[in-house]
Design a protein around this ligand. Structure first.
Ligand code: SF4
Length: 302
């Protein structure tokens, strides 16, 4: 079936040793069955180092070093599996990150997750978030689903990109259209909830306590908040299988956008570079924990 992507997607390349928040630090990486078979039979010189680095208890995964780094990350930030053997020897997660996929009635869509700082830079730097390109074919057949989220997504993008309206007004119309708004709960309720989530970095728990739904957006940064919101809709709205799921995705997206604005305000962020860091952090903590995402999606519609 056909594979589609946002227009900025083909410009993505991992910035490897230049990455300040490498996905090879702090994350435990599972090794899939197919790659395990390759590693088990590998005879190349670096093969033994790979075998020795895998913890086979429960799901096989690379055992992190004491400093939480992947054992294959070298001192300069490059992957030793790639430098010794080539990209073909990466496991599925390392090959695919930071990509995500969604099935639609027209084919598959691929996107880049905002927890990756280079992906985040591309997402927030690109204004044509509604434009898609066909980038090739992917295995599998289109499995028609009753609920088609794409017309709803288009409608949201058309409201969001209507720059004749103030930004806050566009957010209000989207919230009203879908009957879901972060303002349906008090700021204290959201802060309590944020305080109860799991965090990769405990410092973010305190940072997120600055949450406020109605706070105005940091001056000059609304255009980037708009793109962040479009990204959350692209990722979560498209994955919805029914109207309730789409409504929850819209609520989650609106909430994440307000959290980015709140943290940016609290931290005195005044440029794109600063906002990229806040957006990356929010994505990492809220989107890359399935538990946190599900908790927030169910709370936003309850
Ligand atoms: S977070 Fe992104 S840019 Fe950084 S190492 Fe991972 S894939 Fe590369």
């Amino acid at each position: 079936m056909k594979l589609y992507a946002p227009t900025y997607y083909p410009n993505f390349t991992c910035i490897a040793d230049k990455c300040l928040h490498s996905c090879c630090i702090g994350w435990e990486i599972d090794v899939d069955d197919d790659t395990m078979q390759v590693y088990d039979t590998i005879t190349e010189p670096y093969g033994q180092a790979i075998k020795d680095s895998i913890d086979r208890e429960d799901t096989p995964h690379f055992r992190l070093c004491a400093d939480e780094r992947c054992p294959h990350l070298d001192a300069s930030g490059l992957c030793k599996i790639i430098t010794n053997l080539g990209e073909g020897y990466l496991c599925h997660i390392c090959r695919e990150h930071p990509r995500f996929y969604n099935d639609t009635n027209y084919g598959k869509e691929v996107g880049l997750g905002m927890a990756c700082e280079e992906a985040c830079r591309l997402i927030l730097s690109n204004g044509n978030y509604g434009d898609m390109v066909e980038i090739g074919e992917i295995d599998g057949e289109v499995d028609l689903i009753d609920f088609d989220p794409l017309p709803h997504r288009e409608q949201i993008y058309s409201i969001l990109s209507d720059h004749s309206l103030p930004y806050a007004e566009r957010l209000r119309i989207i919230a009203d259209t879908h009957g879901v708004s972060p303002s349906d709960k008090t700021d204290d309720e959201w802060r309590d909830l944020l305080g109860s989530l799991e965090y990769l970095d405990e410092a973010h728990r305190a940072l997120f306590s600055s949450y406020a739904s109605a706070l105005s957006s940091p001056e000059g940064l609304e255009i980037y908040l708009e793109r962040a919101l479009a990204y959350f809709i692209y990722r979560h709205g498209t994955a919805a299988w029914d109207e309730d799921g789409f409504r929850a995705a819209v609520g989650f997206a609106l909430f994440c956008e307000r959290l980015i604005a709140s943290v940016a305000n609290a931290e005195g962020v005044n440029d794109l570079a600063g906002l990229i860091e806040v957006a990356r952090m929010v994505s990492e903590e809220l989107e890359y924990s399935e538990e946190n995402t599900e908790t927030l999606k169910s709370e936003v519609i309850s």
